[in-house]
Design a protein around this ligand. Structure first.
Ligand SMILES: Nc1ncnc2c1ncn2[C@@H]1O[C@H](COP(=O)(O)OP(=O)(O)OP(=O)(O)O)[C@@H](O)[C@H]1O
Ligand SMILES: [Mg+2]
Length: 281
């Protein structure tokens, strides 16, 4: 199994956000995608998950085309994602946020609620146990019956990742999972992500937090103005002169980038009233 981009391109009008990117992702590995703001990282995730249509080029999973398929079909093919801005059902409980994944993806909601047959419900009861096990894994079980919106920002991030795991994804796409987390939460997240490593799973993590990326990822892709500037191991990326110039600056600047990331964290993590804008799913 592998995920393959061939000459993948996305334009928004005249802006080419992703420019002929070709790459191959293998199961068992964790891939980091880095690059300055606006480099096209989220666009790459959005195309892979089917949220945005591809302008040209292809995305294949196991040799089967994903591009051009509907979002729920891509989800059924085993692709799961989290969002740069958290998207939870705020008024639903923590448990319900996972349980919504039990409904058939392609059925209208009213159909699901009225005609959900008993055998499916029984299966649902089993899956409920799966939900609770996942919540326990993410230390969210004591919060299972609270509204998602009442959770701390860090716990909401964890819930989003737990939800992305509900269908046992073969491709897990995480868009800035550490955004808004403090240092301790980021370290905790890094450990958790390490445990999600699976021989059958491709993990792709878009992230600005260099400590997380460098310590977690097996391979790193560097995007710059929509182009794939470099692909290599964390050590190779840190040593590459072009990457240094385009993104990391000199080695001295790495400290500056860390400081900037820390600032961003402080700004974002101030408290419920100063949270970044969140969209409803
Ligand atoms: N829906 C959209 N419509 C028009 N332009 C868009 C859209 N989404 C992204 N863009 C533009 O495409 C470029 C790449 O955006 P993208 O969000 O993929 O960058 P990014 O690398 O994720 O940046 P960041 O680190 O800030 O999240 C940017 O110039 C952005 O303004
Ligand atoms: Mg982004």
């Amino acid at each position: 199994m592998s995920l393959v981009f061939r000459d993948l391109t996305k334009s928004y009008g005249k802006l080419v956000a992703i420019d002929a990117v070709s790459a191959r992702f293998e199961p068992g590995l964790v891939y980091g995608v880095i690059g300055p703001n606006g480099a096209g990282k989220s666009t790459l995730i959005n195309m892979t998950a089917g949220s945005y249509a591809v302008s040209s080029g292809t995305i294949e999973l196991d040799g089967r085309r994903l591009d051009g398929r509907k979002k729920h079909e891509i989800s059924l093919a085993g692709v799961s994602r989290t969002y740069q801005n958290i998207r939870l059902f705020d008024q639903m409980t923590v448990l319900e946020n996972l349980e919504v994944c039990l409904y058939p993806l392609d059925a209208p909601r009213i159909w699901q609620e009225v005609f959900w047959p008993p055998h499916a419900r029984r299966r649902g009861a089993e899956r409920r146990r799966i939900c609770e096990a996942l919540l326990a894994d993410f230390e969210l079980l004591p919060h299972a019956d609270k509204a998602a919106a009442s959770l701390s920002y860090g716990r909401q991030r964890m819930l989003e990742i737990a939800r992305a795991l509900m269908r046992g994804p073969r491709v897990l796409l995480l868009d800035e999972p550490a955004a808004g987390l403090n240092h301790a939460e980021t370290e905790d997240l890094t450990d958790r992500l390490r445990r999600l490593r699976d021989p059958e799973r491709i993990m792709i993590v878009v992230e600005h937090d260099m400590d997380l990326v460098m310590s977690l990822c097996d391979r790193i892709l560097v995007l710059h103005h929509g182009k794939l500037l470099f692909e290599g191991t964390p050590a190779e990326v840190q040593a590459d002169a072009a990457v240094q110039q385009a993104y990391l600056g000199t080695h001295d600047d790495l400290d500056e980038i860390r400081a900037a990331a820390e600032d961003r964290r402080r700004q974002r993590g101030l408290g419920p009233d100063e949270r970044p804008v969140r969209h409803h799913a």
